[in-house]
Design a protein around this ligand. Structure first.
Ligand SMILES: [Zn+2]
Length: 357
């Protein structure tokens, strides 16, 4: 039987949280964390973490997802009432046209819109075969003028998030939604905190989520400066490479927890890699190695202070950095079992053996 709170993943994925605009997500995280622990810390960029103190003198562990999702920002309102926008995080122009979005006003209201596209009837042959630049795109919220847009409470600098509902796919194994990158990690941090309530662990665990990962790992550094952990686990979702047209991709959904051995932001140390490998093998947790040209918060945290041994673990998800990403439930189960097993084993002598190798 599943031990995962799947309904909560619906809340987490559907809450808006553009990079730098994580306030609503943080409120959601705070309310879930406070059900488990009264000890909560928050850094001044907005990262939030619950604390569980274990029985031993073991290391301080930070385990974190990130609250932000790839999104947009309103940069100009045209006289006709269309919105021009800036991307926040990594987007590919081809996945954007004709997609629904929600503009988030300063009052927190969600105003629906669509990234406008040109109907085929109006496309010249030359135009049809050319990709449209993001700078040419606009959002239609159904307004008739700039004044009307302002009356509706929209201002320059407001955040815009993708719109895609949370659905369980036919067969019940897989879930589709916006923002699996990285509400998966936020949910997993909550799962870990809850499980530690009745589990002995030889260390102190800070579990929660950072901010502004998608615009360059900006929130992770300040969180690490505040907590000064001995070990860091970034819990994140990487791009699955198991679909038609991707050759030699890493990451297959349904094939287990992802252990990153290399990405553009960090080389996993041999000590950390072996610790993870031994744990997955002896606990019989399905795992897959992962190599990515992206990065995770571990890329920032391992370089802070005097150096913090770090790892990036998690799942892979199809179609991340687009509206509709797909994950496999069994991968999330495996990631939870893996994170808990790593924490239970991480006492002072294991920590020292990770450093030694
Ligand atoms: Zn991402």
């Amino acid at each position: 039987m599943s031990t995962i709170n799947w309904e909560r993943y619906e809340v987490l994925t559907q809450t808006p949280g553009a990079p730098g605009f994580e306030q609503e997500m943080r409120k959601v995280m705070r309310s879930y964390i406070s059900e488990v622990t009264q000890e909560i810390v928050q850094d001044r960029l907005g990262g939030i973490f619950g604390v569980k103190r274990g029985t031993g003198q073991g290391p301080n562990i930070l385990l974190a997802g990130h609250m932000d999702e790839v999104a947009f920002m309103v940069t100009r309102i045209t006289a006709e009432g269309f919105l021009k926008f800036q991307t926040l995080g990594g987007w590919w122009s081809q996945v954007m046209l004709a997609q629904r979005v929600d503009v988030i006003t300063r009052a927190g209201k969600r105003i629906p819109g669509v990234i406008g596209s040109i109907p085929p009837h109006l496309l010249s042959d030359e135009r049809r075969n050319k990709a449209i630049e993001v700078s040419q795109m606009f959002i239609d919220i159904g307004a008739t003028s700039e004044e009307e847009v302002k009356e509706w409470g929209i201002r320059l600098g407001d955040a815009i998030v993708p719109h895609c509902p949370f659905v369980e796919m036919e067969g019940g194994k897989r879930l589709m939604s916006k923002a699996w990158d990285n509400r998966f990690g936020c949910g997993l941090a909550l799962e870990v905190l809850e499980s530690l309530v009745d589990t002995d662990h030889p260390n102190t665990v800070y579990a929660g989520a950072t901010v502004q990962e998608e615009v360059g790992l900006r929130g992770a550094g300040v969180a690490a400066e505040m907590i000064r952990p001995d070990v860091f686990f970034a819990v994140d979702s990487g791009p699955a490479g198991d679909t038609p047209g991707v050759s030699e991709g890493f990451g297959k959904i349904g094939a287990g927890v992802v252990i990153r051995i290399y990405d553009r932001s960090m080389i996993t140390s041999p000590g950390m890699r072996d610790f993870m490998l031994d744990t997955a093998e002896s606990e019989q947790i399905p795992y897959q190695f992962f190599v990515s040209q992206g990065g995770t918060d571990a890329g920032r945290v391992h370089q802070t202070g005097i150096g913090i041994p770090s790892a990036a673990i998690g799942i892979c998800a199809r179609y991340i950095h687009s509206h509709a990403a797909i994950v496999d439930k069994e991968d999330i189960e495996a990631a939870k079992a893996f994170a808990l097993a790593l924490i239970k084993r991480l006492d002072q002598s294991t920590f020292e053996s990770i450093l030694d190798r």
